[in-house]
Design a protein around this ligand. Structure first.
Ligand code: BES
Ligand code: MN
Ligand code: MN
Length: 454
């Protein structure tokens, strides 16, 4: 039997072909028209799980998109159990015209494979399935017991997964959760992430007059909902970047002095950061570094805003309606429910006369922190060191994976966030890509992670 790392090296081109197949399925969870494709993708994942040697593989229904489950539990009585979690759903692809190649026609250029889902999260899911496969092709069993769940609703806030965990607590019981859905600090710099922000995602709809009006005839005596919305949005933060929603910071856990020191030691380069984004400043909450602001402080951002006339040319209209989508990234110990209530109360307080508003809570996710000294973290640290030849950085991240909190709350298991993305890989943007060298290194790290646990 070949050595497991040699097996992985010998199978790189097959992995890339399989990844292309996975990436060709447009599994956009938020879009009702893609319901059939979601199911097709779940079936693909299930057949892949069977092929690599997982057992008891099933596509399990939820109130939304299904969860795919598989396991391999023949490592022996004293072996620990790892639950690998990932998601097969992807974000929408718009604006389509900014993609160089069609989003669901995976294209390899140089070291990268371009497609929606390549890094978030299909590439990282497949690399971990290949890690399991490499064990089962070079030995008769896994070194530890392994369970796998790949869900289809992460990108819409995992609305049905808590219930799924509750209902299948025994099936999913484990000692450690493993997730590959976070970035590395840099191309050659492996990272283990121990904190994720939460999310509270709101929509505000503003109605002024009961119909669109001639802005000359009526302008001056009617409130314009777009103007009113802009004024309300401008009241959400002060000039120092502090969020003004009453009580917003009540439960925010301050960044510890130790953590501040650790963040400051990481080689964040402001100039490179600005150059990559072709921007000339890194504004945000006063008194905090960029890494502190992006990883460990809450934020508020408009994600979309619309209303009135947006076609070509000019139309003198005083519109009836305007809307905005506004989301807030949360940190421990804020909760999405608490923040949604405070957000709604604040809008009702600042709403000017002459308009009515409706505030809707679209979805949310809890922030999460994971222990840095667990058996899983140590196994991951060692695996990364073996493959990259470098100690991993310990990082927090600004993104959210809502279910991480539930893994500790419902299953009582700590999570290891060992991810292989990169900051420039355009997750959620046009031309999303996965670096293939890091894909293959990721397969090896996944494989060694299991060996290092025993
Ligand atoms: N993989 C990301 C989470 C992520 C992004 C972690 C960046 C660390 C850094 C995940 O797929 C994601 O995009 N999550 C959503 C969750 C939301 C829809 C509840 C997010 O963060 O916007
Ligand atoms: Mn993801
Ligand atoms: Mn995502």
């Amino acid at each position: 039997m070949p050595n497991i790392l040699e097996f992985i090296d010998a199978n790189k081109s097959r992995y890339e072909e399989e990844l292309k197949e996975f990436l060709r399925i447009p599994s956009i969870s938020t879009s009702p028209e893609h319901k059939g494709e979601m199911l097709r993708c779940a079936e693909w994942v299930s057949s892949e799980m069977k092929k690599i040697g997982l057992q008891n593989v099933k596509v399990m229904p939820t109130a939304g998109h299904p969860v795919v489950y598989g396991e391999r539990l023949d490592a022996g009585k004293s072996a620990p159990t790892v639950l690998f979690y990932g998601h097969y759903d992807v974000q929408p692809v718009d604006p389509l015209n900014l993609w160089t190649n069609p989003p669901f026609e995976p294209t390899i250029v140089g070291e990268n494979i371009y497609a929606r889902g390549s890094v978030d999260d299909k590439g990282q899911v497949l690399m971990q399935l290949k890690a399991i496969e490499a064990h089962l092709r070079t030995a008769s069993t896994m070194p530890v017991d392994v369970k796998v769940i790949i869900e289809g609703e992460e990108e819409i806030g995992s609305p049905n997964l808590d219930k799924f965990l509750e209902e299948h607590k025994d099936l999913l019981s484990c000692d450690t959760v493993l997730i590959s859905d976070t970035p590395m600090f840099g191309y050659d710099q492996p990272s283990l992430c121990y904190g994720l922000r939460g999310l509270c995602y709101m929509q505000v709809d503003v109605t002024g007059p009961n119909r669109d009006l001639h802005s000359g005839f009526f302008g001056g005596a009617v409130e314009n909902p777009i103007n009113a919305l802009a004024v309300m949005i401008s009241k959400l933060k002060d000039e120092k970047g502090r969020i003004l929603i009453d009580g917003f910071y009540d439960n925010v856990q301050p960044i510890s002095e130790l953590e501040k020191k650790e963040f400051a030691r990481l080689p964040f380069n402001r100039t490179d950061f600005m150059k990559d984004l072709q921007t000339d400043a890194t504004p945000g909450e006063a008194g905090y570094s960029e890494l502190e602001r992006m990883w460990a402080r809450p934020t508020l951002d408009c994600n979309g805003i619309w209303g009135g006339f947006t076609g070509e040319g000019a139309k003198t209209v005083l519109p009836s309606k305007a809307s905005a989508k506004i989301s807030m990234r949360l940190v421990p110990n804020q909760t999405p429910d608490e923040i949604a209530q405070k957000f709604e109360a604040f809008f009702n307080k600042i709403k000017p006369a002459g308009v009515t508003i409706t505030v809707t809570d679209l979805h949310g996710g809890m922030p999460a922190m994971t222990p840095i000294d667990s058996a899983g973290m140590n196994a991951a640290r060692k695996a990364l060191k073996e493959v990259f030849g470098k100690e991993p950085f310990l990082t927090r991240e600004g993104g959210s994976i809502p279910i991480v909190n539930s893994f500790s709350k419902i299953l009582g298991a700590p999570t290891v966030l060992m991810g292989f993305g990169l900051p420039d890989q355009n997750a959620h943007s046009p031309n999303e890509k996965m670096n293939l060298k890091n894909f293959h290194r990721g397969v090896k790290c996944g494989a060694l992670f299991y060996s290092n646990l025993v």
